[in-house]
Every structure is written in C-alpha cells, then in structure tokens.
Design a protein around this ligand. Structure first.
Ligand code: SF4
Ligand code: SF4
Length: 446
C-alpha cells in the first residue's frame, strides 16, 4: 500500500544542507537549492549502498552497468546535490532517462529508500533545465487535453475494428510494435453483459474511468462496474474526472500532474462516495499519492489526502467482498503483477484472490512475475530498444507456463506484453483479471 512508502522526511538524518549553507553537522552546501531534488536529499542519504536492490532492477539486469542500477542512479543524484556533476550532464541524464520507474528497487531495499520520490524529483529538476523530448511532450499534451484525446481514441477504435492492426503488428520495429499494442486492446473474451444488481451494503463507489481505459478498454470498465455491483457495492457516477496525471509526474512535469490531480479531486469530492475504484494500477498508485503530490499546496493538501485515502484498486474491493463465486471457466491462466500494483501500492494477494475464486480455472505461477515488463508509461515509446530487452525474459517465462491467458491489471502492461506475444506468435493473450471474473459471472447468469 502507498501508506507503507516512507516519505523523505521520515528517513533519518542527512549530511547536505539543502538551504545552501554549511549546517550544524558539517555538511556541504546543496548545489541545487530550491529545486525538487533539494527537497528529497534526506531520502538520497538513506541509501547505504548495500546493493540489495541490484538484482531487482530490470535495466541493470539488461545492461549490466552500475550506473543503470538503483544504487548507481542514487549516487548520480547525490553527485548532483553535492555539486560534483551538473543536473544536465549527459552522464546523469542518460541513466536517469533509462530508469523505468518500476520501483522494484523500493520493495527490495531494506533501508526504506523512497526511490520513486527521488526519481520524480530528479526528473522534475531535469525538466526545469531542459524540456523533455518532443515526442514525450506531444504525448503528455494529448493526455492533458480530452478534446484532442477523444477523437484520437475514436480513430484508434475504428482502426482496431478494421482488423488491420493485428496484421500490421508484423511490421518491423516501433511501427509494428505500436500496431501490436493497439491490437492487444481487444478483449480476448467473448463480451456478454448480464444483470448485475447487488445489495449495495458494502458501500458506495465511483470508478476512475481513465483516458486509455475508457477509450480503448471500455469493456474492462464495464466489467469493473458489473463485478463491483455483484459484490454488493453501489456505483455512483463522478462527472468531470479525467487523466490521473501519472504520466506527467513520472516524466517530471509535476505542475501538469498537479493540475490534473486537482480536477479529479474536485470531481470525486462531488461524487462523495466511500471508495474510488481504479482498475489501472499506474493510475491507482498516482491517486493514492495525490496527498504527497499536493502536500505543499495549502488549499489542496488536506483535500488531496482525503481523496487518496478513499482510493482502492478494484481487486482490493472485490477481494474484501470474497469475491462472490461465479460459473466455471476451464482455462489456464498465469498472473503478471504490474509494478505499480506490487511495488508502488504493495498489493500482492487481491488480484490472485480474484482469479482463485473462479471455479475450474488453472492458475499457473509465472517466474519473475513481479519484474517490470518494460512498458512503464511512455517508456516503451521513448526508450524502445531497452523496453524490448526488458520484455524478452517476460515473454520467455510466459511461454514456459503454457498459459492461454496472462492476467495483469494495467493498460500499459496489457498492451506491451500483448504486442510482444503477438509479434512472437505466442498463443497467450493478455486480459485484465476483472474481465475473467466478469466472464465467470456471465457463465452463471441466466
Ligand atoms: S537496497 Fe536500498 S540502501 Fe541498498 S543500495 Fe539499493 S537503494 Fe541503496
Ligand atoms: S525504478 Fe526500476 S528501473 Fe529504475 S532503478 Fe528502480 S528497479 Fe531499476
């Protein structure tokens, strides 16, 4: 859970004076005073360089360079703080850019280094000096503007309905991979609606519809609503909501992320529900951290913290209710844990409980299921080669399970792994765990 993530202020003493002056414990002045990086010096100094995180880092495993490991990146951050390296030195930016932000190092770290916050602050400091690449700025701009995003998603759905993306996924390079991602947004399950009326006694819920989720995974959103209703939650609309801001925060655009967070906070305050259900783990992790994101905003800090406390991954709500059992599905399934589910939100069992509740399902373990697949927001678009290298062992592990379906609760993972499977001509298809539970309920429905 995000509550488990230590904040920099809780992580102990530091030896760099962030105000830029020599302090009481003979520390050097901070070379970047007033920047987001200066605000996380305590967290940087928590690292004791033990190296326990190295084997949990997909980029270190793929590249084998200490500078592409968590320990190496934290040392680069420290070098910037202490003035040994400049924040725009390519020997800093290239290794920070190559970080997936998967936070696998956080759960591996015995010292509680809040790596996700360090990375976010470092990237925010980098973009103060130099804006992100054009392709990243275009993508972030699109996500922040629903009026542009909606027609693009509508055109993507039309293209998907033509069946062409599946064929064009065979094209080489990024172009083919992108078509594979679009093809992978089609549910592999037959769509079947059914009456889903529950008692509502477990509380009221508004769902985050999301931009990509509602645009390309609308069936997963409907499955989310039906399964929650079947498990006695009462659903309420939250009009006015939009993109959660996760992509912006991860790319260092903290102001962009804050603007999007404020819009969502206002929308979910109006809905006034007990819970906010999120079925995209990256968005859920972001919303659980709205309190941290807006901690320095006197008008919004308390409101953000209140909304964050109400956020739940859909699997948490369903697991708390059992979930209720449905009809039998005789299929072989493996589960891949999205990074922002397992490392950022620390949710391990609930998605598995959903799958285990389905009669006749054969759930086979996936080796290194908690390792990043390489999707990581827009990472697969801006660092395609390394994203491919990180994906390769994941595909091999999936092949060895013999599973028909890979269940995973995040749109980026569904598309990235889905495209990899398609292009490698593996038989497995990606699917959201909630869709499998929904299909099970549809089997039982009259
Ligand atoms: S495990 Fe934690 S303390 Fe050890 S090197 Fe990695 S980040 Fe630093
Ligand atoms: S966030 Fe992921 S890629 Fe980045 S240093 Fe940590 S484990 Fe490595």
């Amino acid at each position: 859970m995000s509550d488990d993530v230590k904040t920099p202020s809780a992580t102990g003493a530091h030896d760099v004076d962030t105000a830029g002056a020599v302090g009481a414990i003979d520390r050097p002045p901070c070379a970047v005073p007033g920047t987001p990086l200066a605000g996380v010096v305590d967290g940087i100094m928590t690292c004791v360089h033990c190296g326990f995180c190295l084997q949990a880092c997909p980029t270190y495993l793929a590249v084998g360079d200490e500078n592409d490991s968590p320990r190496g990146r934290i040392l680069l951050m420290r070098s910037v703080v202490e003035g040994e390296l400049s924040i725009d030195d390519p020997s800093v930016t290239s290794h920070i850019d190559r970080c997936l932000g998967c936070r696998g190092c956080e759960t591996a770290c015995p010292s509680g280094v809040p790596y996700g916050q360090l990375l976010e602050a470092t990237r925010a400091t980098m973009v103060q000096r130099e804006p992100p690449p054009l392709v990243a700025r275009m993508i972030l701009g699109l996500f922040a503007r629903p009026a542009l995003m909606r027609p693009l998603l509508a055109a993507s759905r039309l293209l998907r309905a033509s069946g062409l993306p599946r064929l064009l996924a065979r094209l080489p390079g990024r172009v083919g991979f992108s078509f594979g991602m679009l093809a992978s947004t089609t549910s592999p399950l037959p769509y079947r609606s059914y009456p889903s009326v529950g008692s509502g006694e477990r509380g009221t819920v508004a769902t985050l519809r999301g931009c990509v989720m509602e645009g390309l995974f609308a069936e997963t959103n409907r499955a989310t609503e039906r399964t929650l209703a079947c498990n006695d939650y009462s659903l309420t609309e939250a009009p006015g909501q939009g993109c959660c801001g996760a992509l912006h925060a991860h790319a260092g655009d903290l102001e962009g992320a804050r603007a999007l967070a404020r819009r969502n906070i206002a929308a979910f305050e109006r809905a006034g529900t007990d819970y906010i259900a999120v079925n995209a783990s990256g968005c859920g992790a972001m919303m659980k951290e709205y309190g941290h994101l807006l901690a320095d905003d006197p008008e919004w800090a308390a409101r953000a913290a209140t909304i964050s406390e109400r956020v739940r991954d859909v699997s948490e709500l369903l697991a708390a209710a059992g979930p209720k059992s449905g009809g039998a599905l005789s299929i072989r399934v493996t589960y891949d844990a999205p990074c922002h589910m397992v490392h950022a939100q620390r949710i391990v069992r609930p998605p598995l409980q959903l799958l285990e509740s389905i009669p006749d399902i054969e759930l086979v373990p996936l080796a290194d299921a908690d390792q990043c697949c390489g999707s990581a927001g827009i990472y697969n678009l801006v660092q395609p080669e390394l994203a491919g290298e990180v994906l390769a062992p994941k595909l091999a592990n999936i092949a060895s399970t013999g599973a028909q379906y890979v269940a995973t609760g995040n749109p980026g993972c569904l598309m990235h792994i889905g495209s990899g499977l398609l292009r490698a001509r593996q038989r497995a298809r990606t699917v959201h765990p909630v869709e499998l539970l929904d299909a099970s309920y549809a089997e039982r429905a009259p």
